[in-house]
Ligand binder design. Structure first.
Ligand SMILES: [Zn+2]
Length: 279
């Protein structure tokens, strides 16, 4: 994310800057020549944004589908820009902006009132699946994180993990079962699922996590639990923001590893079946 005081291009501004802050823009306007007249208008270059359409599911070019917005030198105006994915022609992105043009040089300042879908990099679909019903709560945490609201992000993420502890533990149990873990480990994870007190449940579950789910040699459940129990008391918003980001990243990695472990096992079983029963 660029600093508020540096001058950036309108492309960078629309693609990467969060709402509420004003940024200096080097190429805010351009001269447009139509058959009947020439005028200065807001520059609307193509943007590279994440498209969630099943046909795209990645970064694609979006083109502006709003008509030209006139903006004279020295003029201040509230504007809407609507963009659409150039690949699927379905997904749209809308920006509500305050624009102030400089007296010369096509530069100026821009501030986002808001955008829809909301600002922020995409979240892994595997993580969304893991947290299931608390998707919306999680996305609120993500929005807080994107706007630098550390305490808010931390509290939302903690709520999601506490609410969904049994979904997460049940996925871990599936991996233990496919790995043919000892009965004692399955029993322990069942006890953790049945334990309603979050901290006790985590204490029971932690030692059962198979190494296949470890992240760089660390137990992901232990990392997340440690960060959550540290809490937000007496910590700066900045510290909480760091903790919230780390919790989200580790949870995302865990979701990937859970999905991968189950997929690997399913593929292996399928391959074995094919070799054992060639006909
Ligand atoms: Zn698309």
């Amino acid at each position: 994310m660029p600093d508020e005081k540096e001058t950036i291009s309108i492309t960078e501004f629309l693609e990467t800057c969060p709402p509420s802050q004003a940024f200096l823009i080097s190429d805010l306007t351009q001269w447009l020549s139509l058959s009947t007249r020439s005028f200065q208008a807001v520059n609307t270059p193509p943007l590279q944004l994440h498209c969630t359409h099943e046909q795209c599911n990645g970064t694609r070019f979006f083109r502006c589908i709003s008509g030209a917005t006139a903006l004279d030198s020295g003029e201040s105006k509230d504007i809407f820009l609507n963009y659409r994915c150039a690949n699927c022609l379905t997904t749209t992105k809308s920006f509500a902006l305050k624009a102030i043009a400089d007296e010369k040089n096509h530069s100026g300042a821009l501030q986002k009132y808001g955008e829809y879908p909301p600002y922020g990099p995409p979240t892994s679909p595997k993580l969304m699946k893991l947290i299931g019903p608390d998707r919306e709560l999680f996305l609120k945490g993500r929005r807080c994180e994107n706007q630098g609201l550390g305490v808010g992000a931390f509290v939302y993420y903690r709520r999601v993990i506490e609410n969904q502890k049994n979904r997460i533990l049940s996925e871990i149990k599936k991996v233990l079962e496919t790995l043919k873990a000892p009965d004692t480990a399955i029993e322990a994870i069942n006890n953790a699922i049945n334990e309603t007190q979050f901290s006790k449940s985590m204490d029971i579950a932690e030692p059962t996590i198979p190494e296949a789910l470890f992240i760089n040699g660390h137990n992901p459940l232990k990392l997340v639990y440690r960060a959550l129990s540290d809490g937000i008391h007496n910590h700066s918003d900045e510290h909480c923001l760091g903790q919230a980001s780390s919790i989200r990243i580790v949870l995302g990695e865990l979701a990937d590893r859970l999905a991968q472990s189950l997929k690997d096992e399913a593929e292996l079983t399928h391959a074995l079946n094919r070799l054992l029963n060639p006909n």
